[in-house]
Write a protein that binds this ligand. Sequence first.
Ligand code: ADP
Ligand code: 5SP
Length: 463
Amino acid sequence: MLVAGVDSSTQGTKIVVRRADTGALVRRAQAPHPDGTEIDPEVWWQALLDVCGDGILEDVAAVGVGAQQHGMVALDGGGEVVRQALLWNDTRSADAARDLVAELGGPGEWARAVGSVPVASLTVTKLRWLAEHEPANAARTEQVMLPHDWLTWRLRGGTDPVTDRGDASGTGYFDTAAGTYRPELLRMAFGRELGLPRVAGPAENAGPVQVPGLPGIGAVAPGTGDNMAAALGLEARPGDVVVSLGTSGTAFAVSEKPVADASGLVTGFADATGRFLPLVATLNAARVLDAGARMLGVDLEEFGRLALSAPPGAEGLTLLPYLDGERTPNLPDATGRLDGMTRSNLHPAAIARAFVEGMLCGLADAVDALTAQGVPVHRVLLIGGAARSAAVRSIAPQVLGRPVVVPEPGEYVADGAARQAAWVLAGTAEPPEWSGPGDAEVYEADPAPGVRERYSRVRSALV
Ligand SMILES: Nc1ncnc2c1ncn2[C@@H]1O[C@H](COP(=O)(O)OP(=O)(O)O)[C@@H](O)[C@H]1O
Ligand SMILES: O=C(CO)[C@@H](O)[C@H](O)COP(=O)(O)O
């Protein structure tokens, strides 16, 4: 029996088809998404239909969707999309976040109420922005969904929307510890209540696929957010800290207990199995390297070679990588800066090294924020598009100050969604045991002296 898992992430849609019993890979495909921080959800749907072409779903018995978290898909009473979805990396709702934090009585009240302190990424702030800035669109809005909710709903023919507690925990109107919506917080943000998807159980069959042209697959899994799906795909266990270098940089861990960090650095998410997923997210990861390579006029491979040809510490250059603003630390209007320039270090190799080190410093701070909340770190796993870079893999242990385990490059979000689909078919208490991620390589290195200290000094000028 076969299962399919979809990852509808910021930069693209990927699908894997795997055997339900062993998890062996059978087929895969992908399609790109356009750049931007708002997008017509129809673009995701067309990308999903694209990757489902060429008979990829043949003999598939269940499908699950993992997708980028937090995006606001506003729908009218007839289920039509009201405006482009505002994505997790759209910072226009930063003022709304500040207002909402104050209105509830400060960050501690939010951490107690839902497990997270709102920043511009969280859906609740986007709803406030909509109410304040687009009253006509707000007036038309009758229900709100997350990207994975909407795609799952479309796959099921547009009936009875469902979500899961993992993705719901990133909205800002869902109490992670209790596992229930807080509709009064949504009302506080938007001015009135909205229809929300029902929170399905972690291995519930949400119903069959009902899309003309696609096979009538009997089971659609509840789906989840992309980070929760990655945890499921990696078969992460307490003690594993996953550092994902995709469009976002994230550091997260499966935890038996919820985390409620009033400093706002750690967002207290739920996972896709009934446990918790404390997570720190940055807005600047793989695309910092894309931008650096573009600036130097080289491809990513050459960029990595350049970075490795410079010594640790980049000859004194320090990059603050806030090219898209920043979420952690909460500096939505920040821009990047390159500090420590001299006539001798302004050359491509040192610049490339500073870009890699600067990006990784943001993630090293993220791991520290998790440990400050009592999250144990027995090993660090490195995944996401930028983990394909040899330079990133070798420099990561120098900046993180720990050995780094790099599983075989793969689509772990799509894998997690496929494993959730297999769980629906199995009907067991825990997800099926698969053979796990492919061969992992361990990278070890001495910490690069002074790199994080310089980064923190340069950053303190902004915070
Ligand atoms: N070999 C590589 N070296 C550095 N970056 C890479 C490499 N391969 C892919 N990437 C980067 O990974 C990013 C996409 O990662 P991915 O995890 O798929 O993102 P997302 O899930 O956010 O859509 C792109 O910015 C791409 O440039
Ligand atoms: O906002 C977060 C997590 O809170 C992001 O991690 C998004 O879920 C987008 O993920 P990628 O497209 O970078 O995988």
